[in-house]
Design a protein around this ligand. Structure first.
Ligand code: AMP
Length: 151
């Protein structure tokens, strides 16, 4: 069965893309835990990292790292989490492997803890961003994409 991410990759669902190549895509998380929260997703629709070949796995991490650097330049983040829920029992809600690149801005511990809790509590609820929220996601995506294009 097609995952939400398959539908985004096919163009059947909207997303704010920061990167697309033959192996993977990256787009803004619809329910960001911090401003700029990006997902790196292989075009190959498998659940866990172990199901990918080594070259694809390495490529995903390379793209995730480049996105983190671009987030810092574009959005002013100071550090980031690379976060993988690698299978359902690890809390994965979309059964299509992906790396969360979650920017941190310094002095944002409480805010981030609150957002992570909210994110986890509402994961099962389908999200539809408002027009304003989509504009914000799109602006952040374009800023990150512009930095990636320079690197
Ligand atoms: P996980 O719990 O690791 O499977 O994370 C799945 C992520 O996908 C969550 O952070 C969701 O907010 C995000 N997500 C779900 N649907 C969409 C969507 N349509 N566009 C962008 N991100 C999404």
């Amino acid at each position: 069965m097609a995952t939400i991410f398959d539908k985004i990759i096919r163009g059947d669902l909207p997303a704010s893309f920061v990167w697309q190549d033959d192996i993977c895509v990256a787009f803004m998380d619809i329910s960001p835990t911090s401003p700029g929260h990006t997902l790196v997703v292989p075009r190959q629709s498998v659940v866990t990292l172990a199901e990918l070949d080594a070259a694809t796995r390495a490529h995903l991490w390379e793209v995730a790292n480049r996105i983190a650097v671009a987030q810092q330049k574009a959005l002013g983040s100071k550090a980031q989490h690379f976060w993988v829920n690698d299978g359902r029992a690890a809390g994965q809600s979309v059964p299509h492997v992906h790396i969360h690149v979650l920017p941190r801005y310094g002095r944002d511990q409480l805010q981030t803890m609150g957002r992570v809790t909210w994110h986890l509590l509402t994961l099962a609820i389908p999200k539809k961003p408002s027009k304003k929220q989509r504009e914000t996601l799109e602006a952040q995506a374009q800023a990150i994409a512009a930095e990636l294009a320079k690197s």
